[in-house]
Design a protein around this ligand. Structure first.
Ligand code: SAM
Ligand code: SF4
Length: 475
């Protein structure tokens, strides 16, 4: 009879990676799986089967950050359980909490073997090997570019991840908003070279990816060099990416209002592959608070961008991020935020309670807002945003647009994909249509998705959406 340890050795080693927070972390988690794949690690969705457990953490708000420690406590129990069966488990904390807290994580949780920052995960194989002998922390900002050391994902991995792919084009941030940890955890802003990004998209498209979201902490600050040494901004990158065979739709996230240049606005009118969707965080509708946040633009300047983008692409869906209860936020400031939301009319948006982050200027301020007041304001803002989301979804009924179906739905014969405006769409459609741009008419709405019916064959699909009166009215 074989012992559990012997049967584990006979099988491939397994890696379980859990990602918290933003899309950048989702991308990083996929790349970590790509890095350890050639070392014989196969991904598992069952943490109890994993020889290597990676928690890819988020530090943006206190709750996200503290959640990690309770999660680590659970993994410690699992690790003990596996050890009692003769199985070794290596526990890794990666991501922004790793970067911000480093060695402190080893102190707080003795079960952690390795702490690795977001710029160092390309070294995972050697770090994991070292962590079997001694506990390791690697949070230096390395001189080499991690992207140069990341292997391309296998065809199987790309296909398992679906037709939508994230591609990091820019990392880090130099804007230093008074509330935000990103400049400290992700470092200075840097843009990847154009050709390396295009090669990555080509590889993903050749393996079946069809929708590409170009991501960065401030993606519209992108300014990468092309092969001739020319600096290319995001609109130029989209123009080139749109030429790649297999690329059906392009998206981007997250943008800063200051970097919303004219070329990018024009790209929304001219680049047929660019989805009519813009996530443009404003954080507050009050100029006083925007100034205290060091956002370096006013509410009126934001509204001017919205107007220009809507002129360029009348059916564009807008999304944003808001923070309520920033230090010193008065009722009047909060009402300015509500007024801005009413004026813009968002298709979807995220609202957060301000969370004081150690090391950021806002955390030092005396006039912190009481938790109860933050909660009250958050509930009021979220109710308004939810009403706008539902209205936007209702207005979609009767419209036609292209959907790239991604995976089976809940019922037999059903597929699920995303509308150009980021809504989930399900329809009865042949499974062979996965990965094709298929024209759909929306016939009904559900609480969190839309129901569609197929209207024409993909060959006659046009990316120009049908604009109805109600959409034009809202602009
Ligand atoms: N770069 C984008 C911008 O300039 O708006 C935002 C990226 S940030 C990683 C994502 C969102 O997290 C922010 O838009 C903000 O709403 C929220 N956020 C960041 N720091 C926060 C804090 N200390 N408390 C609450 N929310 C925060
Ligand atoms: Fe953070 Fe965005 Fe401000 Fe940069 S621009 S500091 S990522 S909120």
């Amino acid at each position: 009879m074989t012992s559990p340890a012997q049967s584990s050795a006979a099988n491939a080693r397994r890696v379980f990676i859990k990602s918290y927070g933003c899309q950048m972390n989702v991308y990083d988690a996929q790349r970590m799986a790509d890095v350890v794949g050639p070392e014989g690690f196969v991904e598992t969705s069952r943490i109890e089967d994993a020889d290597l457990v990676v928690l890819n953490t988020c530090h943006i708000r206190e709750r996200a950050s503290e959640k990690i420690y309770s999660e680590l406590g659970k993994v410690r129990e699992l690790k003990r359980e596996r050890a009692s069966q003769g199985l070794e488990t290596t526990l890794v904390v990666a991501g922004c909490v790793a970067q911000a807290e480093g060695r402190e994580i080893l102190r707080r949780q003795p079960a952690v073997d390795l702490v690795v920052g977001p710029q160092n995960y390309h070294r995972l194989p050697e770090l994991v090997a070292k962590a079997r002998r001694e506990r390791v922390v690697d949070t230096e900002f390395p001189s080499e570019d991690k992207f140069d050391h990341l292997p391309a994902p296998s065809r199987e991995a790309v296909q398992a991840r679906g037709v939508s792919a994230f591609v990091t084009v820019q990392e880090g941030c130099d804007k230093f908003c008074a509330f935000c940890v990103v400049p400290y955890t992700r470092g200075a802003e840097m843009s990847r070279p154009v050709d390396k990004i295009l090669r990555e998209i080509e590889g993903l498209a050749a393996s079946g990816a069809r929708e590409f979201t170009l991501i960065g902490q401030n993606v519209n600050a992108y300014h990468g060099l092309d092969a001739t040494g020319q600096t290319i901004a995001l609109a130029g990158l989209f123009a080139r990416a749109a030429q790649i065979p297999g690329v059906l739709r392009l998206r981007y996230s997250t943008s800063h209002p200051l970097d919303m240049d004219e070329a990018l606005i024009r790209a929304h009118a001219e680049n047929e592959k660019l989805a009519p969707y813009l996530h443009l965080p404003i954080q507050s509708g009050s100029d006083r608070i925007l100034d205290a946040m060091n956002r370096r633009h006013s509410a009126a300047e934001y509204l001017d961008i919205v107007e220009r983008v809507r002129r360029a692409r009348p059916d564009i869906a807008l999304s944003s991020d808001f923070i309520v209860g920033f230090p010193g936020e008065t009722d009047e400031d909060f009402h300015a935020t509500l007024a801005l939301v009413r004026e813009v009319g968002f298709a979807s948006a995220y609202a957060f309670k301000y969370s004081a982050r150690p090391g950021t200027p806002a955390a030092e301020k005396e006039d912190q807002t009481a938790e109860a007041l933050k909660a009250e304001r958050l509930a009021e803002l979220q109710a308004l945003l939810e009403a706008q989301r539902q209205r936007f979804n209702r207005d979609t009924v009767g419209k036609r647009f292209g959907v790239v179906f991604d995976k089976p739905g809940r019922h037999a014969g059903q597929l699920v994909g995303r509308s150009p405006y980021m809504q989930g769409v399900h329809a009865d459609v042949d499974a062979a249509r996965v990965g094709e741009m298929t024209e759909v008419e929306i016939v009904d709405i559900r609480p969190n998705s839309l129901s569609g019916r197929i209207v024409v064959a993909p060959s006659s699909w046009s990316s120009t959406p049908v604009i109805t009166e109600s959409m034009e009215e809202r602009c």
